[in-house]
Design a protein around this ligand. Structure first.
Ligand code: MG
Ligand code: MG
Ligand code: MG
Length: 328
């Protein structure tokens, strides 16, 4: 069987089936972050993400500095999605020997600046000659027992919330492809800001029953929560938080103003569910930390199923939206 037939998630299932779980493993393959018990009494966290030239990025649209920021940023985003505290990271790099040293310096400069902002240290890695540029980051962190949020805890009746705005990064990428080099949306694509602080507060205040970061697009990542939790979800289009720039820019790209807000990847916002009655606390938190948090729907309906309602209250048609590696 070819990988294209089973897709990225089918492949992950196969690998998961082969992995033996040790006693220290609290959560293994299948969430954004692996969770291990440690002798300190705290939980130890680990996550990894790989960026491959011409699969995840094109050097035509990004520079090494921003690429470095992003390579670490996407891992910080996964750490944010469970409410973890990032501590240290390792970087494995493959690249052609013809590459300039200055290119590699800029790449690490980008990583180091983001690392300083989030107080994480580079503590190791590996380098190798390779056919194209590949950056793999492993991020290690920790969390107090009971202050960590998984994908699997959503329950019927919970409200669905999202931080920030949706679709900006995907629209930014479309703009880059058309030769636009600057602006807020382009920046959102090149240099996502991981929601570490937001994730920490949501987790430590016990505001969420499940949480994920939006890397593959709202619908695809919501589906991960629904599948892990065995519930269904409803989204209201009129509630989706859209930036001014997105509202203006989307017209040129699509006749459907919600397309990239629903399916565009790489916003690296947090998507989470909260029990009914916690909305006021969530709005207080948003005010306190200066990050918008918006209720966009509810956990309801058949397990694994997403229903999206348009402004007219009618169900909005969805066909296989979201990102999946290997599937063609
Ligand atoms: Mg990945
Ligand atoms: Mg993730
Ligand atoms: Mg990720």
């Amino acid at each position: 069987m070819k990988l294209a037939e089973i897709g990225e998630f089918g492949l992950i299932k196969v690998i998961k089936g082969m992995a033996k779980r040790g006693t220290a493993v609290v959560v293994g393959i299948g969430d954004d972050v692996a969770v291990l018990e440690s002798c300190s009494g705290k939980l130890q966290l680990a996550t990894t993400d790989i960026l491959i030239q011409d699969v995840h990025f094109s050097l035509g649209f990004t520079d090494p500095y921003h690429l470095g920021r992003k390579a670490l940023g996407v891992n910080l985003s996964d750490m944010a999605s469970c409410g973890g505290i990032p501590r240290a990271f390792l970087v494995s790099l493959a690249l052609p020997s013809e590459e300039e040293l200055d290119f590699v310096r800029s790449l690490y400069q980008g990583m180091m600046e983001l690392a300083a902002e989030f107080e994480v240290s580079l503590v190791g890695g590996d380098t190798s000659r390779g056919g194209c540029l590949i950056i793999s980051v492993v991020l290690i962190g920790e969390a107090e027992q009971g202050q960590i949020i998984y994908r699997r805890g959503a329950r019927s009746g919970d409200q669905i919330f999202v931080t920030g705005t949706l679709g900006d990064a995907a629209l930014g990428l479309e703009m880059l492809k058309r030769g636009v080099k600057e602006g807020d949306l382009v920046q959102r694509h090149l240099s996502p800001i991981p929601r570490i602080k937001e994730g920490r507060e949501i987790a430590s205040r016990g505001l969420a029953t499940s949480m994920i970061d939006i890397s593959d697009g709202l619908l695809a990542d919501l589906r991960h929560i629904l599948e892990a939790s065995g519930v269904g979800g409803e989204i209201w289009l009129s509630r989706l938080p859209l930036s001014e720039g997105y509202r203006k820019g989307i017209e040129e790209y699509s006749s459907d103003p919600y397309l990239l807000a629903l399916t565009g990847g790489e916003d690296y916002e947090l998507l989470f569910t909260s029990p009914p009655g916690r909305g006021a606390e969530i709005m207080e938190l948003a005010e306190e930390i200066g990050t918008p948090i918006t209720p966009i729907g509810e956990i309801a309906g058949a397990p694994g199923r997403i229903k999206v309602y348009g402004e007219d209250g009618e169900e909005y048609p969805l066909e296989g939206m979201g990102h999946n590696h290997f599937k063609v």
